[in-house]
Design a protein around this ligand. Structure first.
Ligand SMILES: Cc1cc2nc3c(=O)[nH]c(=O)nc-3n(C[C@H](O)[C@H](O)[C@H](O)COP(=O)(O)O)c2cc1C
Length: 424
């Protein structure tokens, strides 16, 4: 089923998704999304080296299993900025959810609420912070800020965000201009659905803007004084998003940051920047628990979440995977993605004797010198295409029930539902 906004096709699905692992949703979403929209989401900048390495570099760290731990039933509850969460996995801020689903950020926020995860909305959201607040009630949420050159506009945003019950602001500092994203140039991508704050600012229609136009409206020059000003004028905690070295983390804390977000924007800004997981340990060392750390970029497995928590993160954000879940299953699809990763995380918690997320933060991680850089990563989507589920490659019940030497009675394998049906 499809809904059209001024001729642009939007998904109107709302169903739980079955999956073996979250990255397989990318292929499935590609089949149903308009190409420019899919490529806007899926691509990174330039040669996409950073984008690829974000996921592959998790192999640089290994989890030490623990035995005789006398523990079962791991629990993933945690807390952030005074809000209780069912999972340390969070929804990273992403522009224009309307290209994935007709209900845009409202559907994503409802999916996050269902899964008990922290939600965050982008300055370039289609849906207003008021719509999101009305739909999601008191569910925990953060607002991502692209600072504008116009401080009257910034004040209007702060007031709206605070009134809509957001717990804090994530000030993005790694995307002062857009990275060189060739896919958008090839598809001539423009935002097909109006972006609420942009529309309010311009007093007109927000659709039809290119990515470069959007960035031009925001400030290219951001320093420590801006951070102080945002804190003062918004009256909200401010986290700095897009930190990739210990020096910047220290500067942000000196300027009064209430938290930092270690991110390289999912490999969409500087191509050639290191994978976030490789920078996490030294940044966490400098931060030294003075402020909380959110981590994102390249997370596709529960084991990635585990490693990030064990190396110093407090919350672990996901980006593209939930947008594919949104396109395929609306709010329920978003919840399915979070639940899948959370279930995988629980497996690792059981196998390491970690009863709580606090235990995961003290789990044993090593980085033995495997030549993992020369090996294909098991999670690198360019190396490992999703294993297709077809009628022909399923284990048949007759393998198990057939008697030696006899022709087993024909049986139909139970189909694996790749389209829908509750998985959680
Ligand atoms: C399509 C797309 C749009 C994004 N828009 C924003 C944005 O508006 N603001 C922001 O701070 N980060 C934005 N990001 C970056 C995400 O917040 C996050 O850092 C990144 O997606 C994490 O990497 P992952 O997609 O590999 O999980 C965007 C990412 C994607 C894929």
């Amino acid at each position: 089923m499809t809904y059209y906004f001024k001729g642009f096709p939007q998904s109107d699905q709302n169903k739980s998704l079955k999956m073996i692992y979250v990255d397989e949703l990318e292929e499935r979403a590609k089949e149903v999304m308009p190409e420019p929209a899919y490529y806007y989401i899926a691509s990174g900048s330039e040669n996409e080296w950073t984008w690829r390495n974000n996921t592959a570099a998790f192999n640089h760290f290994q989890i030490i299993p623990r035995s005789l731990t006398d523990m079962d039933d791991p629990q993933t509850e945690t807390e952030f900025l005074g809000k209780k969460l069912k999972t340390p996995i969070m929804i990273s801020p992403i522009a224009c959810h309307g290209i994935s689903h007709k209900d845009g950020e409202v559907a994503t926020a409802l999916g996050a609420k269902e899964a008990g995860a922290m939600f965050s909305s982008s300055t370039y959201a289609n849906r207003s912070v008021e719509d999101i607040a009305e739909a999601a009630g008191d569910a925990p949420r953060l607002f991502q800020l692209y600072l504008s050159k116009d401080w009257d506009f910034n004040q209007m945003v702060f007031d709206a965000v605070k009134a809509a019950g957001y717990q804090g602001i994530m000030l993005t500092v790694d995307a002062l201009v857009s990275g060189y994203r060739e896919a958008n140039l090839r598809t001539k991508f423009t935002y097909p659905v109006p972006l609420d704050f942009f529309t309010r600012y311009q007093g007109g229609q927000g659709e039809g803007q290119s990515v470069a136009q959007m960035y031009a409206a925001s400030a290219q020059k951001i320093g420590p004084d801006d951070l102080k000003k945002i804190k003062e004028r918004s009256g909200l905690p401010v986290l700095v998003k897009g930190i990739l070295c210990a020096e910047d983390a220290q500067m942000a804390i000196d300027a009064g940051a209430d938290g930092i977000v270690i991110s390289n924007h999912g490999g969409r800004e500087i191509d050639g920047a290191p994978a976030t997981i490789d920078m996490l340990p030294e940044i966490a060392k400098v931060v030294d628990h003075r402020v909380p750390i959110i981590f994102d970029s390249g997370v596709r497995r529960g084991s990635h979440v585990f490693k990030a928590l064990a190396l110093g993160a407090d919350l672990v954000g996901i980006g593209r995977p939930y947008l594919y879940g949104l396109a395929l299953g609306g709010s329920k699809g978003v919840a399915s993605v979070i639940n899948q990763l959370n279930d995988e995380l629980k497996i690792d918690m059981q196998l390491t004797g970690c009863k709580t997320i606090e235990d995961v933060k003290h789990a044993m991680i090593t980085n033995l010198p495997y030549s993992s850089d020369n090996l294909p990563s098991s999670t690198d989507p360019t190396v490992k295409p999703p294993y297709p589920v077809t009628d022909h490659n399923q284990m048949k019940a007759s393998y198990v029930t057939g008697t030696d030497g006899e022709e087993p009675a024909p049986q139909v394998a139970e189909p694996v539902d790749t389209e829908g049906g509750a998985s959680h």
